[in-house]
Write a protein that binds this ligand. Sequence first.
Ligand code: NIG
Ligand code: FE
Length: 390
Amino acid sequence: MWDLLITDIAGGGAIAVAGERIAWTGPAASVPERATEVWSAGGRVVTPGLVDCHTHLVFGGDRSGEWEQRLAGAGYEAIAAAGGGIAATVRATRAASEDDLLDSAVARAAAMAARGVTTVEVKSGYGLDLDTELRMLRVARRIPERVPVDVVTTFLGAHVVPPEFEGDPDGYLDLVCGEVLPAVAAEGLADAVDAFCERMAFDAARLDRLLATATGLGLGVKLHADQLSDGDGAALAARHGALSADHLEHTSPGGVAALAAAGTVAVLLPGAAYVLGDETVPPVDALRAAGVPMAVATDCNPGTSPLVSLPLALHLACTRFGLTVAEALAGATTHAARALGLAGEAGVIAPGARADLVVWDADHPAQIVYWVGLDPVAAVLKRGHFVEEA
Ligand code: NIG
Ligand code: FE
């Protein structure tokens, strides 16, 4: 006897749930077993719960003032060079208490969940010292106490060089590799390690040993790669068997080939490109032709992407990057789960996967992606329980 049977899904399907897992899926006309509760989707579309596989949603302060400066013509890298940008958020995050960081992160995570997200990745990277990096990751791990999402955490200690190591990136990476990352690993606070491979942060040669240290500790590897310039980030990620290489606006054909050979997921972040006003688009045609799985995420952060709607990120991925609706939806489900090492566990409707589902006020999948700002969520099932119903 199953716990729940969802019937009358658009297309004529049904889904059975037992405990926290999907037990069966098939045509509503041939259901092989009974369930305690039967719930009709009323002919609406049901998808896997969305997976936002790249966010920086724990941080102190905000950077709306910088955004106004950029509207008036200031550049993102110029603001950073003058001590603003990521460094400004580092100051605000270091000054914030754990409770304050949790409250603001919970507000953003709740907004994401209301728009269909049931699994979210959260990065550190605004502490850049031992205490604050650990605090950020602890806060991230506590989000599910208050929001119905699973959280996957990523250590982004190599985001930029902090002010106390100005001009000494190698000295800072000594600290990260020798002290901070081992402490993060010892506390079990991170599932993966990420870094910002960019001219304003760290070059590929320097990041080699960090990524090797991460894999040596049994952690997955991800990389902010080729976002503002081609820094050979995609090839670096591929060389370390990365779960994902993210951004990729400036990736070369050689970088695309390396990702394909390594089986690394390309994570596209159209919100950042949109907010920065960057017209350069990732090499989507080449990624598609090479068979590189493409995920789409919000990159929610206070600098380049103050975006909490994953459906809006999917809309931008279609309109600005040229994805099809099917590619966009796969990019926020199956491929996003793979980018987090959760293939088969999340982002899929199949027996054994987490029973994370979204019922949409839509009778065709395109309606999920087509609206700008509607995010037509009707109901969410998280690990087998309804959490929102309209
Ligand atoms: O993904 N590129 C690096 N990190 C973020 C931006 C961080 C910030 O500006 O605060 C990104 O775009
Ligand atoms: Fe990012």
